[in-house]
Design a protein around this ligand. Structure first.
Ligand code: GLU
Length: 608
């Protein structure tokens, strides 16, 4: 720790001059408030250079991370600064009312660490809490309710990451985000559309409507949306840390809101009360988890262990894909195998992965080469496996011959497409891959009155009823964390960080990360190409979702069935290029395009 702090102290001096340069170049500031028509900071999806890199979905957030790096902060400081800014500018995807998973490569030790900041179920939650009269409650009703609100983990995640690996205080880390909340951010088309998609339920909660439907209308593109309540909440956090949210007056407001969702008087919406108490909030703990790791074609792929299914499912699929030399196959065969491996890995994920504190998750076996070999032998080059594929038995007892398929189980419950992923890297070899969420776009739809943030609906990631033949590992339980698909990933080559990436998108997160890795590693695409390429998401359902542009004809001939979907995921990543430059990468198109920046586009020597 002291090493980092010492280094950053001296680098603060070195980089303070650069900060002035950055400001002069207009890289770091949003348009001045006095401007008649405010402009958002410029947004580019790819940036290459030196000194550090940040990629997020949003230019204010990326600029906040870059500003932190320019001022001498490290990748962890930058990640928290960017995440806090996303809490302002992407409030429907991320914020202190939610949770996430933080994967960190420590440049000093070469180790990868992960923080599990997943929301937890209240102590009073039971396996049948999402049922009434034996039947699951309607999913949409569960989403917009106090019942689905998990105890938020994001405040404690930021605090833990900063304390353990960062170099700045919470005050410093939140400062830029607080300014953006106070001055406002420029509404873009994506934000307006997301608001429109949620307008009906937002209108039912006065605190939500006041913030996101000013004067009862959708915010107009190009106008500034301010959130002074969130600025105040961030100021409290700056002084008191995560306790400002999990204890005291904010906690009382959170609990009151969850237990009695503050509907408009004339609303006839059913918004069920939640079970969260002050003790649940005060007792929240971030958990250190061993990362998952698999070897893939000479690389080490680190991911997030359960309760996320990201690390095990991406890792298992990669292990299956490694059974053949994909580089020697044509693109159709590569994609066929990607889809089959994904379908099989999802069958196993649904059957075996849940919160490891509550159920026994065979992580080691799911990630073993022997299990991968047993499962991969089901894949035929000429045809598809009939869906649903039955789960395998990761029990350490593997047959030489391909085992007879067992009984197929049902698909897991729905998971909504929201969330956000950010990637940061600094010049000391620190890398952060951080996915954070409030679950659905707009979370529960419920803003805590006077506090400026939405509460999550993460508990809808639990199975409402058993989907796995009596052995569903993802049923709700007291203090349990719902299974996630978030897949923040860091890839090492020769022991050094090479690539980091992640995406939002519910269960499609797993396939987006997997496909992007296959594109990059096996199909020879650059990272920007790998991110931009059309996606398909196969999750052991009746059909594979495919974006426009994903070539299906030859895959259909092999037996694949596709359903069209406009968009899958919104990835960001950073790669270390062979010439020593960092390449920050965001989406060129999806969700309106993301924002990539580096500290210094020019080589340091050339600049002087
Ligand atoms: N709640 C989802 C998960 O944890 C993420 C939500 C999303 O990306 O849509 O996997």
């Amino acid at each position: 720790m002291s090493d980092h702090r010492d280094r950053s102290c001296s680098s603060t001096r070195i980089w303070s001059g650069l900060l002035a340069l950055g400001l002069a170049a207009g890289l770091l500031t949003a348009a001045p408030a006095a401007e008649a028509r405010p402009r958002a900071p410029e947004k580019v999806p790819v940036a290459e250079g030196y000194g550090g890199a940040v990629a997020t979905v949003d230019p204010d957030a990326t600029a906040a991370g870059i500003e932190m790096l320019r001022r001498g902060g490290n990748a962890v400081d930058a990640a928290v600064a960017a995440a806090a800014t996303l809490g302002v500018t992407e409030p429907y995807s991320a914020g202190i009312g939610g949770g996430g998973f933080f994967v960190f490569h420590d440049g000093r030790t070469g180790e990868v660490h992960t923080l599990d900041g997943r929301e937890t179920a209240p102590a009073a939650m039971q396996a049948d809490s999402f049922t009434e009269d034996g039947a699951p409650i309607p999913f949409a009703e569960a989403v917009t309710s106090g019942l689905s609100v998990g105890v938020p983990g994001t405040p404690a995640t930021w605090e833990t990451a900063l304390e353990r690996w960062g170099t700045v205080s919470m005050n410093r880390a939140l400062s830029r985000a607080t300014t953006v909340a106070r001055r406002g951010f420029v509404v873009d088309e994506t934000f307006r559309q997301q608001t429109a998609d949620n307008a009906e339920r937002f209108a039912d909660f006065p605190a939500t409507a006041e913030l996101f439907l000013p004067d009862g209308e959708l915010p107009e593109v190009g106008t500034r949306l301010r959130n002074p309540d969130l600025a105040d909440t961030y100021r409290l956090m700056a002084r008191e840390g995560a306790d400002a949210i999990t204890t005291g007056e904010v906690a009382e407001d959170v609990v009151a809101t969850v237990q009695d969702p503050p509907l408009a008087e004339d609303s006839d919406r059913v918004a069920r009360p939640g079970l969260m108490t002050l003790q649940d909030l005060a007792g929240y703990e971030v958990v250190d988890r061993e990362p998952t790791v698999v070897g893939y074609r000479g690389l080490e792929v680190y991911g997030m262990a359960p309760p996320s299914s990201g690390g095990t499912t991406v890792g298992q699929a990669l292990n299956m894909l490694e059974q053949v030399e994909l580089g020697e196959l044509d693109e159709t065969q590569v994609l066929h195998r990607y889809l089959e491996a994904s379908g099989i890995a999802f069958a196993d994920r649904n059957r075996w992965v849940g919160d490891p504190e509550a159920v026994d998750v065979p992580v080691e076996e799911l990630l073993s080469d022997e299990f991968a070999a047993e499962r991969a032998c089901l894949i035929s080059p000429d045809s598809t496996l009939p869906r649903p594929i039955a789960p395998g038995s990761p029990d350490g007892d593997y047959a030489d011959a391909c085992p007879e398929p067992g009984e197929a189980l049902g698909p897991a419950g729905p998971e909504g497409p929201s969330t956000t992923h950010l990637t940061t890297a600094d010049r000391w070899g620190n890398v952060v891959s951080y996915t954070l969420t409030i679950e659905q776009t707009g979370g529960s739809g419920i803003v805590v009155p006077g506090r400026g943030f939405l509460l999550n609906n993460e508990l809808t990631d639990f199975s409402f009823t058993d989907t796995q033949g009596g052995d569903d590992p993802n049923l709700p339980g007291p203090g349990k964390r719902p299974r996630s698909s978030m897949s923040p990933t860091i890839v090492l080559r020769d022991g050094e960080p090479w690539l980091a990436l992640g995406s939002p998108g519910g269960a499609t997160i797993i396939t987006t990360v997997l496909q992007t890795l296959v594109n990059r590693v096996d199909l020879g695409m650059s990272l920007p190409e790998a991110v931009a390429a059309p996606r398909a998401s196969e999750r052991n359902g009746t059909s594979t979702q495919a974006e426009p542009g994903f070539e299906t004809a030859e895959l259909v001939a092999l037996g694949h069935a596709f359903s069209a979907t406009p968009e899958i995921g919104a990835a960001t990543g950073v790669e270390l290029l062979p010439d020593g430059r960092l390449q920050a990468v965001a989406e060129p198109e999806r969700r309106g395009g993301g924002s990539a920046m580096v500290v210094d586009p020019a080589e340091p020597e050339r600049r002087r």
